[in-house]
Write a protein that binds this ligand. Structure first.
Ligand code: KG4
Ligand code: ZN
Length: 342
């Protein structure tokens, strides 16, 4: 079964064709990152407008790269939640119209559920349940116990900002540009350890919840306390990155200890591209003798449509009669994965 996936929840316009949930025949991503660099973050209205001219060319390119015609496509999948309302609308209206016009099944997907499949795309024959998944990006930050395809439990989440949001806001404060995560990672490579000391919020609490907004405020105070020269910014970036990574790793460690039945750990979402986080989780993997996976291909860490098409494949297998060319979409800026299939 070949599914055309469409993704437009935030500032990436993406389309992909995936066969049987695992073989990526094409994956095209048009990113607005350069545009949002000017404002140091995504302006929702601007993002929505930019999806409009991009979405049809991206879909055409995904079909062309897969060397397929419309008649070869079995279904269309689209992210319907959570995300920025204006951005979601562009992807959803496009998918709905194409499904009706081309008479294809329309499969709505929760974007965060989509992220849970990004590691699967690269390792379709190895993965086991139950697995622990850290979804960490600009819009979400959760530790999920995935017992089976439609059986999730959120063990912990952020109480305020996501780690990606914290990276983006901190980078803006330090004048490092957007998106913040990659910029902070780059600056941190030149930094010196021990020059700054930032807090690790909630690191010693037994709860698997997290909080990153205080860390950003602590960074702001540090910057107000004394003028920080350009060469010291890299050390501050390093300390900020270490603080976020330490918290994420500590919470994963705690989650593994609390759930000894898990067979593997996945790291997904934009922040999973972070080199230091990947490295520290590898060490943790050796300590627990537990496989830890993250997308090797960075374009599967950040928002993409291949993961949406993959998740949709399992949905249509499980609920074969649920979808048609006129499936009603439930576009919601906020939506929990725990409630999604209820
Ligand atoms: O998954 P994604 O593309 O979009 C959302 O669904 O939010 O994630 C984007 C987020 C941004 O906050 C960006 O700063 C962060 O992922 N990010 C990183 C890195 N690459 C992207 N954070 C830390 N280190 C990175 N290398
Ligand atoms: Zn995402």
């Amino acid at each position: 079964m070949k599914i055309l996936g469409i993704e437009s929840t935030c500032d990436e316009t993406a389309a992909a064709v995936v066969e049987n949930g695992k073989e990526v025949l094409s994956s095209v991503i048009s990113s607005q990152a350069k545009l949002h660099e000017k404002t140091g973050g995504v302006v929702p209205e601007v993002a929505a407008r930019k999806h409009l001219p991009a979405i049809i060319p991206v879909i055409k390119e995904a079909l062309a790269k897969a060397d397929l015609k419309w008649e070869d496509i079995d279904a269309i999948a689209v992210s319907e939640c959570p995300g920025l309302l204006g951005s979601l609308l562009i992807g959803c209206v496009t998918a709905q119209f194409l499904a009706f016009l081309k008479d294809k099944k329309l499969i709505p997907v929760n974007h965060v559920v989509g992220h849970l499949y990004s590691v699967y795309l690269e390792n379709p024959n190895e993965l086991k349940f139950p697995r622990l998944i850290l979804t960490v990006s600009g819009g979400h930050n959760e530790i999920v116990l995935m017992k089976n395809h439609f059986d999730f439990e959120i063990l912990g989440s952020t109480l305020d900002d996501s780690a990606g949001e914290a990276f983006d806001k901190a980078a803006r404060l330090m004048g490092l540009g957007y998106p913040g995560g990659p910029q902070i990672q780059k600056a941190a490579e030149l930094g010196k350890e021990g020059e700054f000391q930032l807090p690790r919020p909630m690191i010693n609490q037994d709860s698997l919840n997290m909080s990153f907004s205080g860390l950003k405020t602590a960074l702001l105070y540090e910057m107000k306390k004394k003028k920080i020269s350009e060469d010291k910014i890299s050390s501050l970036a390093l300390e900020f990155q270490n603080a976020v990574v330490d918290v994420l790793v500590a919470k994963i460690k705690k989650a593994v200890e609390k759930n000894p039945e898990i067979k593997e750990v996945h790291l997904v979402g934009g922040v999973s591209a972070n080199k230091v986080l990947r490295l520290k989780l590898k060490t943790l993997s050796e300590t627990f003798n537990l496989p830890i996976y993250y997308p090797e291909n960075i374009s599967f860490c950040t928002d993409n449509a291949a993961m949406i098409a993959s998740a949709a494949y399992f949905q249509t297998l499980e609920f074969p009669n649920k979808y048609s060319s006129e499936t009603k979409l439930n576009i919601k800026p906020n939506s929990s994965i725990e409630d999604y299939f209820k």
